[in-house]
Ligand binder design. Structure first.
Ligand SMILES: CC(C)(COP(=O)(O)OP(=O)(O)OC[C@H]1O[C@@H](n2cnc3c(N)ncnc32)[C@H](O)[C@@H]1OP(=O)(O)O)[C@@H](O)C(=O)NCCC(=O)NCCS
Length: 214
């Protein structure tokens, strides 16, 4: 198969969001813990694709998006403000879909609250690793070197801007992704509690924060 890795363009948005939803549960579909793909994609991919899309990359196979890396390098107030506005609009759209009446949303909100109470906040060490990224490939395209190619593109781009470091937050039970990040030269910076709904229970699957100095 012939693959191309290229900068993200707005026409990729729907496919990137689809792949995000198909892989959000440690590589499997998001419905494993939450029902509203639109809201989740708005909140997770929106801060990258809608605020600073120039740092995102896609891998393509025969004209079809096979995977993506969404990156962000800015941490200024202007970015935080845009992310907050985007998040508020996403919640309003979700209210229109009556998402907040669903049990799945209540479980997700409870998991978020429990995470907050147990100190799942971002550690201060991230000041040295200000750039952030998410990376996901459609299941058919994993293990073929695309993850490395996407990562190289983003790392080169961030390095050329003088960004001191980059970080990624990975679910505690996603051992395959941990192995990938270590292979890419990332080191474990911290572990934090992070609750996810699993059936009717809330489980602390945790997150591992990986960082790489550039
Ligand atoms: C994690 C992911 C992005 C990796 O991309 P990939 O294309 O499968 O990885 P690559 O083939 O480029 O592998 C790059 C290197 O990592 C290593 N690696 C990748 N997965 C590995 C694993 N499960 N165990 C050990 N090493 C692994 C490869 O051996 C390779 O090393 P090498 O280049 O020195 O030979 C991809 O598998 C994926 O999308 N998984 C599901 C979603 C996910 O978990 N995303 C991360 C959430 S933050």
């Amino acid at each position: 198969m012939a693959f191309v890795v290229r900068p993200y363009v707005p026409g990729d948005r729907a496919e990137v969001r689809r792949i995000f939803a198909e892989t959000a549960d440690a590589g499997g579909p998001i419905e494993g813990f939450f029902h509203d793909r639109e809201l989740a994609a708005d909140l997770v991919t929106g801060p990258f694709l809608d605020v600073e899309p120039e740092w995102s990359w896609v891998a393509e196979s025969d004209g079809k998006v096979a995977g993506y890396l969404t990156g962000a390098v800015r941490t200024d107030f202007r970015r935080r403000w845009k992310v907050a506005v985007g998040g508020t609009k996403a919640f309003l759209r979700a209210a229109g879909r009556r998402t907040f009446w669903r049990r799945s949303t209540a479980r997700m909100a409870a998991a978020g609250f429990l995470t907050f109470l147990r100190g799942g906040a971002t550690p201060s060490v991230l000041r040295r690793y200000p750039a952030s990224l998410h990376i996901d490939l459609d299941s058919a395209f994993r293990g073929a070197g695309l993850g490395r190619r996407l990562m190289d593109c983003f790392i080169d781009q961030a390095r050329s801007l003088g960004v001191p470091g980059v970080h990624a937050v990975v679910r505690g039970d996603n051992r395959s992704a941990h192995a990938f990040f270590r292979r890419m030269g990332f080191v474990e910076l911290a572990r934090r509690p992070y609750y996810f709904p699993q059936g009717n229970a809330l489980r602390d699957l945790g997150v591992v924060i990986f960082g790489k100095t550039l």
